[in-house]
Design a protein around this ligand. Structure first.
Ligand code: PPS
Length: 360
């Protein structure tokens, strides 16, 4: 871990007027945090989005897993999409055509996702599907109608991870952000291979803010970093405490069916990451194939790749791109000096003796 000083954080002298304005602002944003929390639920002390399948979290045994299922698990915003793309290409021998044929959310669904839509949307979509054969073409071309149809085709289908995973041909590669204790118990018992990826908690937090403020519900958070930081540091974000999540998976790093990767290492040595994934999955790849996978999964290529970059559920007219900055150290543009000091103290206390450390 190396420490650098955030330029933005250097002390600002607030005038009285500025202080009053920012105080008013923060009152409004407190409501935004309350609004965020109202769209979550807690189970076993962990906070989840209401778009998470609650039954799965309460009963981790309800997920039917096969011995040959492979999982990519992570705390959100840790480089999951990137890792899935790598693992998926290793599994298919570097066939990039398969990976561009469909969106990653459809190819490798997130198990616990269960996107809920307001009743009127559900009724409108079902009515529309019924009327579709008799409605005039001109009406079907209206953008609102098109949007509902897109919702029907995409969200209702791929928005339910459990249903979606049943449709995929084995060997399946599946995504999850579940903490270890809530992970499908069959996957653990059957020793399914699990690639866990972790990223330093400061960049993860900043990336998380951009994710929840992407645009459309449930990612329509309107608070600032300072507001979101309060949720993050108090473990009131989706999937709860970064420390609990990462450290519990870390304890299982030596299990034969678990490969523990770090985002920062993957940035430094993507080739090494592909090789360890291939070794872990007992796949032998030529040097050329490894090069192709590294190239296809590079930040630049992934940013241009529609099959991974935008969220199917949120569309592609987002406030922030999904494959956004992909840097180590973006936290410095957001953390204040005080937040950094507080966070480093928590980090030192929580990580002490774990043998796990991150570069940031
Ligand atoms: S999610 O929604 O939880 O599944 O998000 P996740 O995929 O875990 O993390 C998104 C962040 O990963 C960055 N990303 C990459 N970094 C480096 N190289 C590649 N190829 C790459 N692809 C995605 C992405 O930009 C998000 O980080 P931030 O910091 O927001 O840019």
């Amino acid at each position: 871990m190396f420490h650098r000083c955030a330029p933005r954080l250097l002390s600002k002298h607030h005038t009285r007027t500025k202080t009053i304005i920012s105080f008013r602002g923060s009152c409004q944003k407190m409501d935004e945090n309350a609004r965020f929390l109202a769209s979550t639920f807690e189970h076993d002390g962990v906070c989840y989005s209401k778009d998470t399948n609650r039954s799965m979290i309460e009963r981790p045994d309800i997920v039917n897993c096969r011995e040959d299922d492979v999982f990519v698990a992570s705390y959100p915003k840790s480089g999951t999409t990137w890792t899935i793309e790598m693992v998926s290409l290793v599994m298919n021998g570097g066939n990039v055509e398969i990976n561009t044929a469909g969106h990653q959310q459809e190819r490798h669904p997130m198990l616990e996702a269960e996107f809920k839509f307001p009743l009127w949307v559900c009724l409108a979509v079902h009515l529309l599907v019924l009327l579709k054969p008799i409605l005039p073409y001109a009406i079907m071309e209206l953008s609102f109608i098109k949007m509902l149809l897109v919702l029907q085709e995409i969200a209702f289908e791929s928005g339910d991870g459990l249903k979606q995973m049943e449709k995929i041909k084995p060997p399946r590669l599946l995504k999850s952000h579940l903490p270890y204790h809530a992970f499908p118990s069959q996957a653990i018992r059957k020793k399914c291979k699990i690639v866990y990826v972790a990223r330093n908690p400061k960049d993860t937090g900043v990336s998380f803010l951009h994710h929840v403020s992407m645009g459309r519900a449930p990612m329509d958070y309107k608070g600032s970093w300072n507001d979101f930081y309060k949720l993050y540091v108090n473990d009131k974000v989706w999937y709860g405490s970064w420390f609990d999540h990462v450290l519990t998976w870390w304890q299982h790093r030596n299990d034969e069916n678990i490969l523990f990767l770090k985002y920062e290492d993957m940035k430094k040595d993507p080739r090494g990451a592909v090789k360890s994934i291939a070794d872990f999955l007992d796949v032998s790849l030529t040097e050329d194939t490894i090069d192709n996978i590294v190239e296809f999964c590079s930040f630049k290529k992934m940013k241009e790749n529609k099959a991974v970059n935008f969220s199917l559920l949120a569309g592609d007219s987002l406030k922030h791109e999904f494959v956004r900055k992909g840097e180590v150290g973006d936290w410095m543009n957001f953390f204040t000096v005080a937040q950094n000091k507080e966070y480093e103290k928590i980090y030192e206390e929580r990580m002490k003796g774990s043998g796990l450390d991150f570069e940031w």
